[in-house]
Design a protein around this ligand. Structure first.
Ligand SMILES: O=C(O)CCC(=O)C(=O)O
Length: 256
């Protein structure tokens, strides 16, 4: 994959770009093994961090794991070097740096996300692009991403949760973007997006890797330091992000 084969004009117009069948069958099988390893990885304070939710099935399940690349070689090579970083650079218009990475597991009965723009949750940087790597098929029934195309040039107003106010969100033209396992879905930090719950019997796992412009520096450590501090100070009980977009009932994940 080279930047010349990317549809940069569609990206500029819509703020989203899907790249189908990016991973081979073998690469996808490896990725699924890594995601299983990461879901079980011990969580120590200040290191890889897990978040759990009480799913609609009544089960307590993992909803998110973040700060992964320092602790997993395979994920480090996929997300912090090579084609994915190069594509991020082409979309940003300059060299890209990995800002943050996470896996959203969305197990059966797992909750969705309220309409939001990521930029409000991402301090220290001016502009980011995010690559969603579908680990499982992401479909309407299991809560694929839905976006508003062409509204990615500015910040929209926010409500008390840092999300798009519901009356404004109701006026927008939401498009579901089903994405097959092994495909990529890129979106800009101002692209409005949301997702529904997983009403299927299988997990809908997705990796999200976010990149900033190299000219904004390496902000990964500063981001996780600030996020951990704000989420651990008691004022943000139940949050998995610096904004309150997650619609699930979180339960504290065990940490060593
Ligand atoms: O995984 C999803 O369904 C949506 C995730 C999302 O919007 C986020 O983590 O900001």
């Amino acid at each position: 994959m080279t930047s010349t084969t990317l549809d940069l004009s569609a990206w500029a117009t819509t703020g989203v770009l899907r790249i189908d069948s990016f991973l081979s069958g073998n690469e996808l099988a490896n990725l699924r093994r890594w995601v299983d390893e990461i879901e079980r990885h011990p969580s120590r304070h200040g290191e890889m961090r897990h978040y759990d939710e009480e799913a609609a099935t009544g089960r307590r399940v993992r909803c998110r794991t973040e700060n992964i690349v320092p602790y997993h070689t395979g994920m480090r090579s996929l997300l912090a070097s090579g084609d994915v970083v190069d594509i991020a650079g082409a979309l940003l218009g300059e060299r890209a740096r990995l800002y943050k990475e996470k896996i959203n597991f969305k197990h059966p009965g797992g909750a969705g996300f309220a309409p939001h723009q990521d930029a409000h949750a991402y301090p220290f940087v001016q502009e980011t692009v995010t690559c969603m790597i579908a680990v499982d098929d992401a479909l309407v029934a299991n809560g694929c991403l839905e976006v508003v195309e062409g509204l990615h040039s500015r910040a929209l107003p926010t409500d008390e949760h840092g999300c798009i106010p519901p009356d404004m969100a109701a006026m927008l033209d939401w498009v579901p973007l089903p994405t097959r396992a092994g495909s990529l879905l890129w979106f800009h930090c101002y692209t409005p997006h949301r997702s529904g719950p997983n009403s299927s019997q299988e997990p809908r796992r997705a990796i999200y890797a976010t990149y900033n412009r190299a000219s904004d520096g390496d902000q990964r450590a500063a981001y996780y330091e600030q996020k951990n501090r704000l989420l651990d100070n008691g004022a943000n009980e139940g949050r998995i992000s610096l904004i309150g977009h997650f619609l699930g009932q979180t339960t504290p994940a065990e940490r060593d």
